[in-house]
Write a protein that binds this ligand. Structure first.
Ligand code: ATP
Length: 618
């Protein structure tokens, strides 16, 4: 228990910590004035509610118009008792009862309409927000994905967005209703008996103090819950994806422990929120009961003096419960709002992440490739000045087939990454027909330069959908013809359902050779002028190897091609081979020329084909 208490103390933000937390938020958001973060976020959120202003206006109007209905009930009860029951006026009683039933009915209708409207507003606004997040994510550069684990991004689009939905649907408008209801309750209580009202209000300062304390602590606890949830999601996602590695390396127990630690933090953070709620709610109940006790005691004294009617006492007891319920709701709703504001802060930070690497005003579309691709003195680093490519210069002429070879980590894939503008390079220039790629619109560049990645990624869906990924409008005939040209038709037709065979997530259920063939068909249908192919290193059986060889040749034919080559047959077919070593070009030439040089290429070749040492031609 003591340990738990210490833990709680550590986690509860002191005023100072709270200040520094908000300053951090300000800095991240580029806001200078402390404390203006919430209003900044609220104003941005407002943009998402604006399109539904008619619905919001209707909901606010109904909330305002109906807010007196609840408070009216105890007052009508008082009139029924004092003016009609006490005087034996049955007709008057019937009339008041009808009024009371009407008030209850209207209140129910009001609640139904406002709940419906606010839920619609919440869902519609959150739909748009999710779309904005997804659109933005599609524009973010590869560097962003290097830094942000998938689990964290999933948390943004699920729980953070959900917290916003909760605020929009049950937060702001309901708070307005609660405040108005409190106002009417106090007015009616004063109207009936101001002395009893004062007694009810005596517990208010204590209640407000408890609420503020509770609100601050729960806010911090909820932030903890979200942080741990993001970690939990990240861990889970990674381990599901890499489960076979976990199993192959017998890491089950170790990963169990790691998961248990993250899971424990998440559980403890949740328990802390529950802990505060479990103190707060009974406390409010006790205070409400104390107020009721005081009212009953004081009314008793006055009843004895015949200074008060029984109707007043009964209505006040009802008012006490009516009065404290919205107060309790208010603190709940402030929590919802605070959680949502913390969530929105993270969402807006994500939306503020700088998009791709180009400035639309500075780029132009390019649709053809006529002459040459040129790299001159290109330097590139993924971070800082940890140079991965150093002073790279080469030209590739139209129609040429160039192979890039080099040891693992020598920078081959990085060349593709900068050519297709996935990453910006630091120094030098890359041009296509003398136009710097910085000035070429990324989308048109990527239409011109089609990349087949080493690891083929397939989406869950049919084979057809995966083949037509870059060309969704392709006809069935063209699709089948492309599959035939690549030689993928035979295995596809043998799958249950053929082209309609449903690929599981990331192509599970297909062999790596089959996935490569699918990627080739995809590339053929995309039909880029410049083909960039990062050859897969995974070995396949001889039959598939022959198929892939033929398919590669088909893909490259009549097309400018840059191939990161791992297979001898590809290298031999290339017009020119660029040999990379530690980010620098060491040799260029064709297969025979490079072998004759007996330099780095020769060594690499021998490493891959040791049997050739004895051959004469080598
Ligand atoms: N996203 C990244 N962030 C930081 N460093 C990276 C990133 N991708 C690659 N690197 C580093 O850049 C270097 C070159 O990597 P690159 O993928 O270009 O090599 P490669 O020659 O294609 O290797 P392989 O043949 O193994 O695919 C490596 O040292 C690698 O660690």
């Amino acid at each position: 228990m003591a340990g738990n208490g210490r833990y709680l103390d550590e986690k509860i933000m002191s005023k100072e910590q709270n200040k520094s937390f908000r300053t951090q938020q300000d800095e991240t958001l580029g806001i200078e004035k402390k404390g203006s973060v919430d209003s900044y976020i609220v104003s941005r959120l407002f943009a998402y509610i604006k399109p539904f202003k008619t619905l919001v206006a209707a909901s606010v109007a109904i909330t305002i118009a109906g807010s007196f209905l609840g408070p009216l009930r105890p007052y009508l009860t008082k009139i029924a008792i004092d003016d009609h029951i006490a005087r034996g006026d049955l007709r008057g009683l019937a009339f008041i009862s009808i009024l009371l039933a009407g008030a209850i009915l209207l209140d129910g209708i009001k609640q139904y309409i406002t709940t419906w409207l606010t839920q619609i507003i919440g869902q519609k606004a959150v739909f748009n927000l999710r779309m904005d997040i997804f659109t933005h994510l599609q524009k973010l550069p590869a560097r962003f994905y290097d830094r942000n684990p998938i689990g964290r991004l999933i948390t943004r689009t699920t729980s953070d967005v959900e917290s916003l939905n909760e605020m929009l649907s049950s937060g702001i408008i309901t708070i307005l209703g609660d405040i108005l209801q409190l106002f009417f309750i106090v007015v009616l209580m004063v109207w009936i008996d101001w002395q009893l009202t004062l007694i009810v209000l005596t517990v208010l300062p204590l209640m407000l103090y408890a609420t503020i304390l509770f609100k601050n602590r729960v806010r911090v606890a909820f932030q903890d819950v979200r942080t741990h949830l993001a970690r939990l999601n990240t861990f889970f996602q990674e381990h599901i994806t890499g489960m076979s590695i976990v199993q192959l390396f017998n890491r089950e127990e170790r990963e169990y422990e790691n998961y248990a630690a993250i899971n424990r933090d998440h559980r403890d953070a949740n328990i802390r929120t529950v802990f505060y709620f479990s103190i707060y709610y009974p406390l409010i109940e006790v205070l409400s009961a104390a107020a009721a006790g005081l009212v009953i005691w004081y009314s008793g004294v006055r009843l004895l003096k015949a200074d008060l009617t029984i109707g007043v006492v009964i209505s006040f007891v009802q008012y006490i419960w009516l009065f404290f319920r919205p107060l309790q709701h208010l603190s709940d709703r402030f929590n919802v709002i605070q959680t949502a504001i913390a969530g929105s802060d993270r969402i807006f930070r994500l939306l503020d992440e700088k998009e791709g690497i180009e400035n639309p005003a500075e780029v132009q579309p390019v649709s053809t490739f006529r002459e040459k691709i040129s790299f001159s003195n290109v330097w590139f680093a993924y971070d800082g000045d940890n140079w991965i490519l150093k002073d790279i210069s080469f030209d590739i002429r139209h129609g040429e087939k160039v192979a890039i070879v080099g040891a693992t980590g020598s920078g081959k894939t990085s060349i593709i990454n900068i050519l297709s503008k996935l990453y910006p390079f630091s120094k030098g220039s890359i041009t296509i027909d003398d136009i710097p790629i910085r000035k070429i619109e990324a989308s048109s560049l990527r239409k011109l330069v089609g990349v087949v990645m080493q690891d083929v990624f397939l989406f869950s869906g049919t084979i057809r959908e995966n083949l037509a990924f870059g060309n969704p409008d392709v006809s069935d005939e063209a699709l089948r013809e492309a599959a035939r040209v690549v030689g993928a038709d035979r295995f596809i037709e043998q799958l249950p359902g053929g082209y309609q065979y449903r690929v599981l997530e990331n192509g599970t259920g297909l062999s790596s050779g089959q996935k490569q063939l699918i990627a080739f068909v995809r590339a053929l249908l995309y039909n880029p002028e410049i083909l960039v192919l990062d050859e897969a290193t995974s070995s396949v059986d001889t039959e598939t190897e022959t198929l892939i060889d033929a398919a590669t040749a088909k893909l490259m034919s009549e097309r400018t091609s840059i191939i990161i080559a791992h297979r001898l047959s590809t290298v031999q077919k290339a017009d020119r081979i660029i040999v990379l070593h530690k980010g620098m070009i060491r040799e260029t030439g064709n297969h025979q020329e490079l072998l004759a040089k007996r330099g780095l290429y020769y060594k690499l070749y021998l490493l891959q084909h040791p049997e050739q040492t004895t051959r004469k031609e080598v």
